[in-house]
Ligand binder design. Structure first.
Ligand code: SF4
Ligand code: SF4
Length: 159
């Protein structure tokens, strides 16, 4: 390739690059000023399983059956039934803890729950400075359900 041809090719390539820059100058910026502006999430986005509270009774739907804990691949749900004064197990939890630091947000626990007691929160603002702060207790999971938007996905469908 002659010198003239090389120069012509370089000039054409530069012109092409500048045209792209010029076109972008007039395009509306897509920058989102997070955290001042919220980042939109797609429908069905999920962050952490949360405990549903029955709006009429104010109690958890959870019966402490433990199916979610048994379905959780990394085994990070810790459920214990309430034991009554008669020494018998009651159908509500005394403990329901979740270690979010190891959660895969796979939704299997929600799918496994037969009592409509779990949903996946859409709250993406759960980062923490220490790993201990990613350990959620029953009351915290219920509070998160009340304060964040959450979604129940079963069989791949939002229900
Ligand atoms: S979303 Fe998956 S990993 Fe997280 S608690 Fe539920 S089953 Fe376990
Ligand atoms: S959340 Fe559902 S599956 Fe898990 S212990 Fe409670 S009732 Fe059972």
């Amino acid at each position: 390739m002659s010198l003239v041809q090389q120069l012509a090719r370089t000039a054409a390539t530069m012109a092409k690059g500048h045209l792209v820059t010029l076109r972008e100058l007039f395009r509306k910026p897509m920058t989102i000023h997070y955290p001042d502006e919220p980042v939109p999430h797609p429908v069905g986005f999920r962050s952490i399983p949360v405990l549903k509270v029955n709006e009429e009774s104010g109690k958890l739907n959870c019966t402490a059956c433990g199916l979610c804990a048994r379905s959780c691949p990394p085994a990070i749900i810790f459920v214990e039934s309430f034991i009554g004064e008669d020494g018998r197990r009651k159908q509500w939890p005394a403990k329901f803890d979740l270690d979010l630091s190891r959660c895969m947000v796979c939704n299997l626990c929600v799918e496994a729950c037969p009592f409509d007691a779990l949903e996946m929160s859409e709250d993406a603002e759960l980062s923490a400075y220490t790993i201990e702060d990613l350990y959620f207790t029953m009351d915290e999971l219920a509070a998160l359900w009340k304060t964040s938007r959450s979604v129940r996905i079963a069989g791949g469908q939002k229900v």
